[in-house]
Design a protein around this ligand. Structure first.
Ligand code: ATP
Ligand code: MG
Ligand code: MG
Length: 548
């Protein structure tokens, strides 16, 4: 890894370790299993696991599953797969729901200390009594309930005596605090809903602010890292830990990762899936980790991206092109080079014998000394790209034109002798001759040509489907535009090339392998591949088409 200065969280950790505050550090990644993870979560994963690796500590994977209505085991499984794919291993797989009994006990402790009460107000009344940031709130008569009455009511809440919304448990802190989160915040609400793990065992569920810090404390998390919007929650996080006299975890906040031309919230991503703007959570246009994986991104490239983004204390929007830069860097090193013609123009080599096939050798990856070679068939009938031929070319057109010479990659120099057109005047074929002494690697022709084209031999080529992706949104920050974010979806984010012609080496393409289709971009095999049809995703173009 490149040398870089410490980020502010590393500075805090190094000071804590130096001061002997902790023997070793413990972090956690705490997803709520209510959707698939996105690239913002990848930042949090790399940060939490990365710190523990760097300082010899541990990281727990803790599912923050305190809201039974939105959570599902499908999400739990996808989250685990994503964390592992990114290259990290958790010390313990834990669930906030495993702490429900313990959390209930904490709540009882606070009631006994006179620091929590059962409130019968409606949520509207509670909201009204809270006041505004500039005016203090007011306490209602329920705050005066005795400890005994609160204990009894809270137990009855647990036992299912009351319907949803009839009662809540609140912490008794300060209705005049300038921090709204301290104005007697909710600790528990009633929800008669089945939980994906605890089933019907509970009908009261703890709020985030009563579950998160206590879960951190139960696990002896030393550095609990979250995003900036939790800064105003920190006094409450600390208040709970102090009043309960439990292990003092500390919360630290950093800026969430935002990426342009996309949205980064599970709620919005879920809408895109449910309303069929994309095919699935792992549709390669989505900013989810599973979509990047399917699209051909490597874990290395995403870790590299997260490292380059750094750890900021202020919100900002990162350019999508930085992510693309990272994946290009990695794929250039590892991708197998192959030739695929997307829009074929037939080339007949008139001086090459009919029916004969010559096997040529081509390197798999010029960037990798250990990469091997493959055989590529050359014959009388070839395909090149339509766009690589022009009948009346402008000056500096270094591709094929009447009377002109061009090199075919890893093969021969050819000369365009004749152009064949159909009744409408469209070029349907070009007849060429090849220069037998110009074979790549043993060229004695003395000819100098400017352009090198990719090509395939017609008889041996295999038909494949290619999917090219573009930005999912037309604007940099769809969430900040007027109206609905979905009004800004790019209608041309997917282009399907139903039949492209690939050199036969791609017959054995594997899902784990990465390919560079020469002059076309980086590609990988898609999971929609079947016995009948291979499907390739374009991971990224060779160059930044969006560069200004
Ligand atoms: P979303 O709003 O997208 O649903 P969330 O914060 O509600 O995100 P969680 O499942 O609660 O999702 O997040 C798990 C962890 O990932 C939290 O610690 C959260 O702070 C962190 N996280 C979520 N989004 C980002 C982001 N864009 N950048 C960095 N960290 C993030
Ligand atoms: Mg959350
Ligand atoms: Mg959320």
């Amino acid at each position: 890894a490149e040398e870089r200065s410490l980020n502010f969280i590393e500075e805090i950790i190094e000071e804590d370790l130096k001061a002997g505050k902790y023997k070793s550090i413990a972090t956690r990644f705490p997803p709520e299993p209510n959707g698939y993870l996105h690239i913002g979560h990848a930042k949090s994963i790399c940060l939490n696991f990365g710190l523990a690796l760097k300082y010899g500590g541990t990281t727990n994977l803790r599912f923050d599953d305190t809201n039974p209505v939105t959570e599902d085991t499908e999400y739990v499984e996808s989250i685990k797969a994503d964390v592992q794919w990114l290259g990290f291993q958790w010390a313990n797989e834990l669930y906030a729901s495993d702490y429900f009994e313990q959390l209930y006990g904490f709540a009882v402790n606070l009631i006994k200390k006179g620091l929590a009460y059962v409130d019968d107000s409606t949520s509207e009344e509670i909201a009204k009594q809270k006041g505004t940031p500039t005016t203090p709130g007011t306490r209602n008569q329920y705050a005066d309930r005795s400890v005994e009455e609160n204990l009894r009511l809270f137990e009855e809440m647990r036992n299912g005596k009351y319907p949803d919304g009839q009662k809540v448990l609140r912490a008794k802190i300060d209705m005049a605090s300038p921090n709204m989160h301290l104005r007697d915040p909710l600790m528990y609400r009633i929800r008669h809903a089945r939980h994906h793990r605890t089933g019907d065992a509970w009908c009261i569920y703890p709020m985030y602010d009563f579950a998160h810090g206590q879960s951190d404390s139960i696990e002896h998390i030393t550095h609990s890292i979250c995003t900036l919007e939790f800064i105003p929650h920190r006094p409450l996080y600390n208040w709970m830990i102090e009043q309960l006299e439990i292990f003092p975890s500390h919360q630290y906040e950093f800026a969430r990762l935002n990426l342009n031309y996309t949205v980064m919230s599970k709620r919005k991503l879920k809408q895109l899936v449910e309303e069929k703007h994309v095919t699935s959570w792992d549709d390669p246009r989505m900013p989810t980790i599973s979509a990047f994986r399917r699209r051909g991104y490597t874990p290395e490239s995403i870790r590299d991206f997260c490292e380059r983004v750094g750890v900021a204390k202020r919100d900002n929007i990162i350019e999508y092109s930085l992510l693309e830069f990272c994946i290009r860097e990695h794929l250039n090193k590892i991708a197998q080079r192959r030739m695929v013609v997307f829009d074929p123009l037939k080339v007949t080599i008139t001086n090459f014998p009919e029916g004969e096939v010559e096997m040529l050798t081509s390197e798999d990856n010029p960037e990798d000394a250990n990469a091997g070679h493959r055989e590529v068939p050359f014959s009388r009938e070839l395909y090149i790209e339509q766009e690589d031929f022009m009948e009346n070319p402008p000056k500096k057109f270094f591709r094929l034109a009447p009377g002109g010479l061009v090199r075919l990659k890893s093969a021969y120099i050819i000369k365009c002798e004749e152009v064949i057109k159909d009744a409408e005047g469209k070029v349907t074929e070009v007849k060429c001759t090849y220069v037998p002494e110009s074979k790549s690697g043993s060229d004695t022709s003395g000819l100098k040509v400017q352009g090198t084209l990719h090509w395939v031999s017609v008889a041996q080529a295999i038909s494949v489907e290619v999917r090219e992706y573009d930005r999912l949104f037309k604007v940099e920050d769809p969430s900040s535009e007027e109206g609905d974010f979905k009004d800004y979806i790019n209608p041309d984010s997917l282009k399907v090339i139903g039949t492209a012609y690939a050199e036969p080496a791609l017959k054995t393409a594997r899902f784990e392998e990465r390919y560079q289709f020469l002059r076309k971009g980086y590609f990988c095999l898609d999971k929609d591949t079947s016995e009948e049809r291979m499907v390739f995703n374009r991971t990224v173009t060779l160059k930044d088409a969006w560069a200004k």
